[in-house]
Design a protein around this ligand. Structure first.
Ligand SMILES: Nc1ncnc2c1ncn2[C@@H]1O[C@H](COP(=O)(O)OP(=O)(O)OP(=O)(O)O)[C@@H](O)[C@H]1O
Ligand SMILES: [Mg+2]
Length: 1021
C-alpha cells in the first residue's frame, strides 16, 4: 500500500497532509495550481476533498470511472469525488449510521455540480431493482426541476443556485436508495421582480417562453418573446450562449412526469408561472387624485384567469390597501409607487409559495413509506459566501448562513478535534484558528444581534425605516469589532462607505451591505388584501401563518438552527469547492482569488490540525469489536477491558509506537495507511472467517441431513426387511401347503378324482400335455416315440396319438409331390415284389429311387444316336457275367420304351426287346444278382443275361414298370437256371456265407455267396 501511495503522486501531492511545508499558504497554492493546470481538480486534506472548478468538461465522470472507485479504499486511487462518495457510502453501510456531505464554496465554485456527481455515483453504484430505479430516477430528476425553478444566471455563475438545498438520500440495510427528502432554504424571491444588469430571472420563465408548446403558450396567453415581459428583461441578457432553454424545457417536462406530477398539476404550475409574467406587465397610471389606477385590462384578465381570482378582487388588491379600523375595514387607495410595490410583492409571494409547493410535491414523490430503519446520507449544497458591488438583505442572509456553517465546521473539526485530544489525554500542541462565533453572535444574539434589531424595527409601531434600523444598529452594536458604519468608521474607512451602508467583517472577508430594502425584504410585505388575493389561489389556501413568522430573517434563522441540528446528528464529510477565476475560464488560476478562498474556507487550519493530529480514532470497544478477529488472543472473545484488548491487538499487528496513541477511551491512529493495512487484513480475515463459518455451517447442515437420511434409510430398511420377511414366510407357508398337497395328491393319484388329488391330477395333466407338446414325434416313422402317459391319461394319450398320427399322415400326404408319388408307387411296386422274399430288400426301402443312374452325357453318342428315338427311360451301371466263363464285365444297362440294351462303351452288346423278355430271376439272399430270361429261338442269338447291379431293386422295378412285366419276377432259392444259348443251359447258385464272393464253382456253376455283414455295410453305404 505504501508503494501505491507514493506511486500515485505524479503531479503535485494528492493529499495536502503529505505536503512538506504544510504551514505555508504558498506551498498549498502551488500544489493546487500545479494540479489544476493538469486538470487534476481534486486534492485531499485527509478525508476532506478540495475541488477546483475546471470550467470545462473533463473525462473523469464516466461509468468506467465510477466502477474504478467502487469499493476501493479512499487513498488507493487518485483523489476523486467518487472516492469520497464511495467511502461515505461504505462507512454508512459498515457502521450503520447517518452521514452528511457538506459542499461549500463561493458562488460558481462547483457545489451544485459536485452534489450532482455524488448523486449520479449513488445512482450507478447502489444496488438496483425496478422499484429502486424508480426512486433513483426521481432523485436524479428532482435536480433539473429544482434548478429550473431555483437557479438563475448571475454575474458569477450562469446556473447559480438561488436557494439553499439539503437533500437526504435514504438507504435500506442492503444499501439500496429507497427514498429522499429535500429541504430548501431561503429562495431569493426578489429576483422574480428585479435582476441586476447581466443577470436573469429564474430559468423556468425563459424555458417556458422559449420551449413551451404553441398550444400551451396560447392557453397561457404568452408570446414566444422574452423581450415582451418586463420581469425577464431587466438584466438585459434574456439569451445566454451557455444556456439552452429549449432543451432544458424538455428535460423539465420529462422530469415532472417522472416525479409523478399529474397533468393538471403541471398545467396549474405553468399557469402560475405565466401569471407572474403577466403580473409583471401590469401597469399603473395615476388618476387625477394621484392614485394608482389600472388600465391594462388584458394582462389583468390573464392573471385573473390563470390564478382563478375574480378580476375585481385582483384589481382591488393591487390598487388598494385594506385597513382595519376597530370593527370596520376601510379601503385606502395606493399611490402608483405603492401599487407597483404591491404588484411585485404579490409576484414574489406567488413564486415563493409555488417553489415551496414544488419542493413538497417532490418530497411526496421521494418519500419512502416503509417504516423499517434506514440510514441516511445528506447532501448540503448551500449558497456560498457572496460579495457583490452592492450587497443587500439576500447577501446578508447568505453570508450569515455561511458563518453558521463555518461555525459547524469549526465545531465538528477544529474545535472538537482539539478538545477531543485534550479530553483523551493525548499530548497535543493546540493549533490556533479563528473562531467566527463572535460574528455569529453579532448577527443572531438574542435582543442585541442584528437579526433581533431588524425584527424589532419591522414590528415596532411608528415610522420605522431602513435608516432608523441603521441608527439602531449603530446604537446597540456600534462598538463591536466586526461591525462598522459610515458614522462609526475612522477617516480612512469612511471613504469606502456610503451613509446607508454597514460593513460586517465576516470570517471570509469584509462585506458592505446597503441597508436600503432590509425592512421591506424582511417583512416580505403583502398588504392585507394582497394576502386575500393570494389565498384565492388553491396552492396557498392552507398557508395561513401568524404575522411574526413572516419575518424572513427569523424564519431563516430558525431554519438554520434546524439544519444545524440535522447536521450535528450525523457524521460529517466535506467537499470544499474553489473557484479559480472570476471569468469562468478554463486553465486560469487567479492566485489572489484562490488564496482568499483557501483562507476563508479554513483549509490551512484544517491541514494543520490534520497534520498534527491523527487520521483515525475510535472508541476502544468499537475498534476491538471490528478488528478482534485479527489476533488469536482477542478472538473470538476478549475477557479483559477493551483498552487492554486493543493494546494486545495492535501489539499483535505490529503497530509502531509513533503510529498510534492510546487515549482514555479511544485509540488514535496517526496515518491512514496504518488503518488501511489493518482494514485490509480484516477484509481478508473476514473472508477467511466467513469461509470457516460457512464450512462449519455447511458441515452442520450436511451432518443433519445425513443423520436424517440415515434414520430414514434405517426405517425404510426395517420396513422393507419386515415386508420381505413376511413375504418369505407367506411363500414358505404356501410352499409347505403346496408340497403337502402334492405329496397327498401323489399318494392318491390312482384314486378317483377327489379333493386331495384334484390339483395334483390337474398338474399331472398339464405337465404331461406340455411335455407331450414339446416332445411330439416329428415324423410318422417316429410314432413309437410317443411319450408314455401317466395312468390317468392313458386313454386320452391314445386318442391324441391317433389324432396326431392321422394329422401327420395327412400333412405328409399333402406334402408329397407328383414326382415323389410316382417314386413311392414304384417303391410300393418293389415292396409287393420283394417284401418278405428277398433278404436285402428291407435295407433298400430307405434308399430313394432316382430317375436314372447314368446321365445322357455319360452314354456314348453313338449309342444314343442309335436308341434315342426309343426314348431312354432309365440307365444303370451293371456287371455282366459272361455266360461261358462267368468273367465279370462292366456294362451300362439302358431301358428304353421298347427294349433293354446292354452297352459296352460305344457298342450295343445286346438288345432285349421287351416282348422277348420272358422272366427275371433273383435270389432270396442278399446278393445283387439278377438274371434276365429272354426268348431265344435262334442259336445265333445271345441267351439270358446274368447281371450284378448295385441298384437291383430300383433297376428291376423300373424294368417291370417300363416293360409292363410286374409278374415276371421270380425270387428263387438255391439255384437259377438260365439259357446260355438255345439248348445250352447254365446255373447260378446262391448261398449265404461269411464273406461275399462270386466264383465259378467246380460244377461249372456261378457261385454267389452273399454275406449279411456285407449287406449291412452296403446298406450303410
Ligand atoms: N466538476 C466540474 N466539471 C466541469 N465543470 C464544472 C465542474 N464544476 C463546476 N463546473 C462549471 O462551473 C459552473 C458553476 O458550477 P455550480 O453551479 O456547481 O456552482 P455553485 O457552486 O453551485 O454556484 P452557486 O453557489 O452560484 O450555486 C457549472 O455550471 C459548470 O459549468
Ligand atoms: Mg449551485
Amino acid at each position: 500500500m505504501e508503494a501505491s501511495l507514493t506511486a500515485r503522486d505524479r503531479v503535485g501531492i494528492q493529499d495536502f497532509v503529505l505536503l512538506d511545508n504544510y504551514t505555508s499558504e504558498s506551498a498549498f497554492l502551488d500544489n493546487l495550481r500545479k494540479r489544476s493546470h493538469e486538470n487534476l481538480i481534486y486534492t485531499y486534506i485527509g478525508t476532506l476533498l478540495v475541488s477546483v472548478n475546471p470550467y470545462k468538461e473533463l473525462d473523469i465522470y464516466s461509468k468506467k470511472q465510477m466502477d474504478t472507485y467502487m469499493g476501493v479504499n479512499f487513498f488507493e486511487l487518485p483523489p476523486h469525488i467518487y472516492a469520497l462518495a464511495d467511502n461515505v457510502f461504505r462507512t454508512m453501510q459498515s457502521e450503520y449510521n447517518n452521514h452528511f456531505i457538506l459542499i461549500s464554496g463561493e458562488s460558481g465554485a462547483g457545489k451544485t455540480e459536485a452534489s450532482k456527481k455524488i448523486l449520479q455515483f449513488y445512482a450507478v453504484s447502489c444496488p438496483s431493482t425496478k422499484l429502486l430505479n424508480n426512486v433513483r430516477d426521481r432523485l436524479l430528476l428532482s435536480n433539473p426541476v429544482l434548478e429550473a425553478f431555483g437557479n438563475a444566471k448571475t454575474l458569477k455563475n450562469d446556473n447559480s443556485s438561488r436557494f439553499g438545498k439539503y437533500m437526504d438520500i435514504q438507504f435500506d440495510h442492503q444499501g439500496g436508495a429507497v427514498g429522499g427528502h429535500i429541504l430548501s432554504y431561503l429562495l431569493e424571491k426578489s429576483r422574480v421582480v428585479h435582476q441586476n444588469h447581466g443577470e436573469r430571472n429564474f430559468h423556468i420563465f425563459y424555458q417556458l417562453v422559449e420551449g413551451g408548446e404553441e398550444d400551451l403558450l396560447r392557453w397561457l396567453g404568452l408570446e414566444r418573446n422574452c423581450q415582451h415581459y418586463r420581469y425577464l428583461v431587466q438584466g438585459d441578457c434574456a439569451k445566454v450562449s451557455s444556456i439552452n432553454d429549449k432543451s432544458d424545457w424538455k428535460m423539465v417536462r420529462k422530469a415532472l412526469s417522472v416525479i409523478e406530477f399529474s397533468e393538471s398539476d403541471i398545467e396549474n404550475l405553468f399557469a402560475i408561472i405565466a401569471s407572474v409574467l403577466h403580473l409583471g406587465n401590469v401597469k399603473f397610471e395615476a388618476d387625477v387624485r394621484g392614485y394608482a389606477s389600472l388600465n391594462n385590462n388584458q394582462e389583468m384578465h390573464w392573471v385573473s384567469k390563470l390564478l382563478g381570482i375574480p378580476t375585481q378582487v385582483l384589481q382591488q388588491g393591487l390598487t388598494h390597501r385594506k385597513i382595519e379600523a376597530k370593527t370596520e375595514e376601510v379601503l385606502s387607495p395606493f399611490s402608483v409607487d405603492h401599487a407597483v410595490y404591491a404588484r411585485d410583492a404579490l409576484a414574489k409571494a406567488i413564486y415563493g409559495r409555488t417553489f415551496n409547493w414544488l419542493v413538497n410535491k417532490i418530497n411526496e414523490s421521494l418519500a419512502n413509506k416503509d417504516s423499517s430503519r434506514k440510514t441516511v446520507i445528506g447532501l448540503l449544497d448551500i449558497y456560498g459566501f457572496e460579495v457583490f458591488n452592492v450587497n443587500s438583505f439576500e447577501q446578508f442572509c447568505i453570508n450569515y448562513c455561511n458563518e453558521k456553517l463555518q461555525q459547524l465546521f469549526i465545531q465538528l473539526t477544529l474545535k472538537s478535534e482539539q478538545e477531543e485530544y485534550e479530553m483523551e489525554g493525548i499530548e497535543w500542541e493546540p493549533v490556533p484558528y479563528f473562531n467566527n462565533k463572535i460574528i455569529c453572535d453579532l448577527v443572531e444574539e438574542k435582543h442585541r444581534g442584528i437579526i433581533a434589531l431588524l425584527d424589532e424595527e419591522c414590528l415596532r409601531p411608528g415610522e420605522a425605516t431602513d435608516l432608523t434600523l441603521l441608527e439602531k444598529m449603530e446604537e446597540e452594536i456600534g462598538g463591536h469589532p466586526h461591525f462598522v458604519t459610515h458614522k462609526l468608521a475612522d477617516k480612512k474607512t469612511r471613504k469606502t462607505l456610503e451613509r446607508g451602508d454597514f460593513r460586517l467583517l465576516h470570517y471570509a472577508g469584509e462585506v458592505t451591505y446597503c441597508v436600503v430594502g432590509f425592512l421591506d425584504k424582511n417583512n416580505d410585505l403583502l398588504y392585507r388584501n394582497g394576502k386575500e388575493v393570494i389565498s384565492f389561489n388553491f396552492y396557498c389556501k392552507k398557508q395561513v401563518t401568524p404575522i411574526l413568522s413572516w419575518l424572513v430573517v427569523t424564519q431563516f434563522k430558525s431554519s438554520l438552527v434546524g439544519l444545524t441540528e440535522i447536521l450535528m446528528s450525523k457524521e460529517p464529510w466535506y467537499v470544499r469547492c474553489i473557484k479559480p477565476n472570476e471569468a469562468k475560464q478554463p486553465g486560469r488560476f487567479d492566485d489572489v482569488l484562490v488564496r482568499h478562498q483557501v483562507k476563508y474556507l479554513g483549509l490551512m487550519e484544517h491541514l494543520r490540525v490534520r497534520r498534527a493530529g491523527f487520521a483515525y480514532r475510535r472508541k476502544y470497544d468499537i475498534f476491538l469489536q471490528r478488528y478482534k478477529p485479527l489476533c488469536p488472543d482477542t478472538w473470538p472473545n476478549w475477557r479483559g477491558t477493551a483498552a487492554e484488548g486493543v493494546q494486545r491487538l495492535i501489539k499483535h499487528l505490529g503497530y509502531k509506537p509513533d503510529e498510534y496513541k492510546m487515549g482514555r477511551t479511544k485509540i488514535f491512529i496517526r496515518h491512514p495507511r496504518t488503518l488501511f493495512a489493518t482494514e485490509d487484513a480484516f477484509q481478508i480475515c473476514k473472508h477467511r472467517l466467513a469461509t470457516r463459518i460457512q464450512a462449519k455451517y455447511k458441515g452442520y447442515r450436511v451432518k443433519g441431513d445425513y443423520l436424517k437420511q440415515r434414520e430414514a434409510a434405517t426405517k425404510i430398511e426395517n420396513c422393507w426387511r419386515g415386508l420381505m420377511a413376511r413375504k418369505e414366510r407367506e411363500k414358505r407357508a404356501w410352499a409347505v401347503k403346496v408340497i403337502k398337497k402334492f405329496i397327498k395328491g401323489f399318494m392318491t393319484r390312482n384314486q378317483p378324482s377327489c379333493n386331495d388329488n384334484s390339483e395334483y391330477l390337474a398338474y399331472v395333466r398339464t405337465n404331461y400335455l406340455t411335455r407331450l407338446r414339446d416332445n411330439l414325434p416329428r415324423t410318422v416313422l417316429e410314432k413309437d416315440a410317443w411319450l408314455t402317459a401317466p395312468p390317468i391319461l392313458q386313454e386320452a394319450s391314445q386318442l391324441l396319438k391317433k389324432i396326431y398320427i392321422r394329422h401327420m399322415v395327412k400333412k405328409y400326404v399333402r406334402g408329397i409331390t407328383p414326382h415323389r408319388k410316382a417314386q413311392l408307387l414304384l417303391k410300393e411296386q418293389t415292396s409287393s415284389m420283394f417284401k418278405g422274399k428277398k433278404e436285402n430288400y428291407p435295407f433298400s426301402v430307405c434308399r430313394p429311387f432316382v430317375d436314372t443312374r447314368i446321365g445322357e452325357t455319360d452314354i456314348s453318342i453313338k449309342v444314343l444316336q442309335m436308341i434315342r428315338h426309343e426314348h431312354i427311360k432309365y440307365s444303370v451301371p451293371v456287371v455282366k457275367y459272361d455266360r461261358n466263363g462267368f468273367r465279370p464285365r462292366l456294362r451300362q444297362l439302358i431301358f428304353t420304351q421298347e427294349a433293354a440294351y446292354l452297352v459296352e462303351e460305344t457298342k450295343i452288346k445286346q438288345r432285349i426287346d421287351y416282348s422277348s423278355l420272358k422272366g427275371m430271376s433273383v435270389s432270396n439272399l442278399s446278393d445283387n444278382f439278377l438274371i434276365l430270361h429272354v426268348t431265344c429261338d435262334d442259336i445265333k442269338q445271345k441267351g439270358d443275361l446274368v447281371l450284378q447291379c448295385d441298384y437291383l431293386f430300383e433297376a428291376l422295378t423300373k424294368l417291370c414298370v417300363i416293360a409292363n412285366k410286374q409278374n415276371y419276377i421270380k425270387v428263387v432259392q438255391g439255384s437259377v437256371r438260365f439259357d446260355i444259348q438255345p439248348g445250352r443251359e447254365g446255373f447260378v447258385d446262391f448261398k449265404s456265407g461269411q464273406e461275399s464272393m462270386v466264383y465259378r464253382a467246380k460244377n461249372g456253376h456261378l457261385m454267389v455267396v452273399s454275406s449279411t455283414h456285407f449287406l449291412c455295410i452296403d446298406f450303410k453305404r
